[in-house]
Design a protein around this ligand. Sequence first.
Ligand SMILES: [Zn+2]
Length: 138
Amino acid sequence: MSACLLCDAALDPGRAGMVLFADERLFAVLHEDRAVAGHAMLVWKGHLENVSELTGEEAAHFMLSLWRMERAILEATGAVRAILMKLGIQVPHLHVHLYPVSRELDRLAVMNMIEGRVADGSSAVERAALAGHIRRLL
Ligand SMILES: [Zn+2]
């Protein structure tokens, strides 16, 4: 165990959530908070805080992975808008959250998701099915 939750998860991405994909440099998981079906997180494995600390080639790999992830999640969930968020306040280790939402959701509804004030109510079986669907679309 290190002092950083995401450094620990980099060794075993399944600890951070249901794994969507992983390679030697990054991984993507469905987030455990269930704020909305398809809430996912793309995590760089190395302990960096900001995208600007990556090399240009690494940043391109990170963005291409986000592009793949967003396409697959929007298709699998039927959502039309991807809300992307990087904070790093609780865990200052480079990761980006993706929340797939409908066009009708307003700012308050989106902020409720981000703040964890809502949950999608999905079962473990439904989440596993969604993860499988996303993986097939990657
Ligand atoms: Zn870390």
